[in-house]
Every structure is written in C-alpha cells, then in structure tokens.
Design a protein around this ligand. Sequence first.
Ligand SMILES: [Zn+2]
Length: 569
Amino acid sequence: MRWSQALIPTHKEDPSDAETVSHRLMLRAGLIRKVTSGVYNYLPLGWRVVRRVEAIVREEMDATGGQEILMPVLSPAELWMESGRWRVYGKELWRTQDRNGRNFALGPTHEEVVTDIARNEVRSYRELPFCLYQIQTKFRDETRPRFGVVRAREFIMKDAYSFHRDETSLEDTYRQMHAAYSRVFDRCALTYRPVEAATGAIGGSVSHEFMVLSDTGESEVIVCGCGYAATNERAEGTVPPAGGDDQGEQAMRAVDTPDSRTIEEVAAFLGVAPTRIVKTMVYDADGRAVAVLIRGDRDVNEAKLALVLGADVVVPAAPDVIERVTGAPVGFAGPVGLSGVETVADESVRGMRNVVVGGNRKDVHLVNANAGRDFPAPQFRDLALVRKGDRCARCGAELDSFRGIEVGQIFKLGTKYSSSMKATFLDEDGVAKPLVMGCYGLGVSRTTAAIVEQHHDRDGIAWPSSVAPYAVHLLVINPRDAGPREAADSLYEALRGRGIEVLYDDRDESPGAKFKDADLVGMPLRVTVGDRGIKRGVVETRIRKTGEKGELPRDSAAEAVAAMLPKLP
Ligand SMILES: [Zn+2]
C-alpha cells in the first residue's frame, strides 16, 4: 500500500478524551474513530489488525474441530423469554422493536439462538458432540462505555458453543478450548493468565476468564503464591479481623450526624475508624428487599450475595425502596429496629461489639450497638468482595492482586439452556435427555486493544509480527529525487512480488515527520531508502521493537528482508 493513496490519519497530539494507552494510540495511529459513545469505525490499519486476530482465532477454533457459522445479530424476544434471560439480563441487553411492536434483542451472546438450532436439528447421541462458532458484531448497552474499543457498546466477538451427551464429553472440549485460547493469546504475543471466574448473566457452573495483565485493566484478579487465581467477583478468602473492640458492651446511644451519609463522612464526624462502623446496605433481590450488614471498610460481592439468596438478579435498591424499608433517606440505614425485611451479615461483622450503625432516621447514627442485644443476631455468610491483603481460602497466605483486561471467558453451561428451552437428544437407552453445553467467548476487538496495551513505547505502537497491519514499513527520503524514489519503487515491487505486505511511505513529507509516523503506526520492520545509502549501495533497516539498526545491500534487499521477517519479534 502506498501511503500517498491510503487513509491513515495520524495525529501528533494525544486526544483529550482518551484515558488509556491503547485508546490514545489507536486514535493517534489512525486505527479507529469514534462515531458515537461506545461505537467505533475501524479505519484501514485498525481493520487489518482485527482481521489478523480473527484469522488466528479461526485457525485455532478450526483446529479444535469447531465449525464456523453465522447467526443473526437480531434475535426475537421469544427465545430470550424461553431461557428466562429476557427478564434477568438487565439493561445491558439491547432491546428493540420492529414496526409491529414485536420485541427483539441485539445479541450480546447467542446461547438462545444456538440452542434453538440444536433442538431443531439434533435427534440422537450419535450426532454428538459438536461445536459451532461465529465471529460477529455484538451489542451491550453499557452504562459507561470507555477506554475506546475495550468497553464499547458495539464490538466484535468470537463465540463458540459445544453440545454433548454428558459432562465427561463437555470436560474434554472445555479443556481443548482452554488450550486453544492459550494458543490464540500466545500467538497474539500477549502476557495473560487464565483465572477462575464467576458465571454472571451467562450462567453455568465452571468458568475461566483469560486476563491480559494491564494496570489500566478494569478487572481485578486475586492471586496467591499457592497458584490460586480468580477474579475478585469469584475469589474466596477470609477478611482479617480489625480488632479494637475488646471492652465489654457499652450502653447504646443516638448521636446527631448531620449530613454524614457515607462511611468516610460518618467516620470523620465521629472520629472512629471505618472498621468500627457496620454498614447496612439494602438490595433488591428479584424484587424483594434484603438488608446486608458488612464492616464499614468492606464492599459487598453482589455475585456471592445472589448465590446466598438464590436470586437471579441482585442490585442495590432504589432510594424510594430504601426509604420505605428503613424509614430514612439513603445513608442512615441500620439494623436496630429494622423489621419486615430479611437481613444477612457478612462474616466480617461476626463478633464485632460496640459498633456504629445507621439510626434509621435522617442525620442520626447509633453508637455502641451490639448484635443480640440491640438488634437480632443475623445469619452470617461470606459476602465480602475479597481484596489484596485478605487470606487465601486454600492455604491461608496473604492474597495479592493485579489488574487485567478480560479478553476471553469460557463456561461449562451444563443444561441451563437446554433444560429451559427443551433441547433434548435420544440417548443410547432411548431416553430423551437435555443436551449438555459449553460456551466460549473471545473479544476480538478487545484483544486488539490489549495487544496495544502491552506492545508500545513512548513513540507509539510496536506491533508483534503475528498481528501487524503490514510486515514492512518502506520509507523513502525525498521522493522528489528520482534516485531514491526509483530505488524505493523497485524495492516496493520486489517485496510485493515475494508476497510481503508493505506499507510504502512515498509521501512528500519531511523525513522527520515520516520517521515519527513510522514509529507511531509501528510495523515490525522499517526499511529506509535515502540518497546517501543509495550512493553506498545500501538501504537501512530498523526493527521497531528493539530499535536495532542495520544495512542491507540495495541489490538484494528484497531477498534479505524476506529472510529477516520470520525472525522478528
Ligand atoms: Zn493460597
């Protein structure tokens, strides 16, 4: 490709609204452009990377025996109602209607549609197992799209679904997929880690997420020296006790706490540590209100809470619900005198004495409250979001954490969808049984951004060879001079003749500007043709990743470049 004929709109300056390296560099290098919040155009260079990542994914899926299909973006609400997800998916599910008022979803994932295929086509155990996959545009109506294509509302995903007669067969495919995902991310030159994950809106029993290590990642992963690794949503651990309540039970009293609603405000106002406060959080669990008590410095893990309550959807209750349940505006809820609402407490609250709690009245808190005396002793369950410094549930050591970008997630679904949608097969014994399923998602556009997060320096992107938009960045200095221009033109043709993909910067720009652009767009090998080199019979090379420079004889440059490329990082 000649740059003079290409659309590669690079920018010298950092865009003001980009918070992460990948977002900033993808905009600056002219890979993507925002259309509206969370919706992007992929410009030519960006699309070439996406296509290369897709090709790797396709090869690895095909290698595991996956068969590529294409399902529609638009799926009828009836299918989502059958699985129950029309009700429980929440606002992230992009719902829409046709002209007749019929409901549809723009698919964030395709369990319902693929289960419908299976129940219509599969009759016998002899047809099992099989695995279908697609690479397609997906939708999620994010509350807060950000980080460019990392958290977008429209994105490209590979989603695969496997069908089995039993758990043993599912286990085989799950393991193969785990290995295939590792090969995909290895080939994309990513540093990543598979970790145990919560199953969330997809459901099922066992799940792993593939996390690309990145300080700007949105996910927090809890890790232990013993090898345990899980997302913080999923992680189990023990909250160390805070201490500080070793005196006998004191008399409870009410204190005015004007405008002190948050734990920080109450702690500052009363001059106590947040660990001496018990927060009362009101949740909406499938429509019923539940009060959760937790130590002031900790957060509730809503996934754990949903499991404990046996609820599909758990969200913080709306302010009017909180006011109705507690009799006070948000910020003053407490367990004393709270009636008519189910109450559970996190283990962190067990044994705490003389604590500060909300007074269920505006601007009032109670100090020296004690469970069993001032309010009924609640049921204690593990509900806290585990964090760095907690103790490992497996070995007791102190847990550490890192941040990551989730680029893939695999699930053992079991019969969640086949049971609700009646997708059965006849087993050897002639009995109809629900299909056992797995599903396997991989964010293609997100992987592209993750690669940029891990492969850049202060000058720009440094693509790994496996996914670079072009293998070679050919650059001619002063193309107005016939000597260098003709030499570069003929090298361009010679490289193309060898099947090498070349971006040829033939623009009439200053050498400085062209070198800056070459570093920004980041092809693995730069080949520079200039007057001085030509006179000496050489062209210059520079490896983008290492900065290593070299010279090649002009006459055999194409051959020498072809020999270099397979060895590049
Ligand atoms: Zn451990």
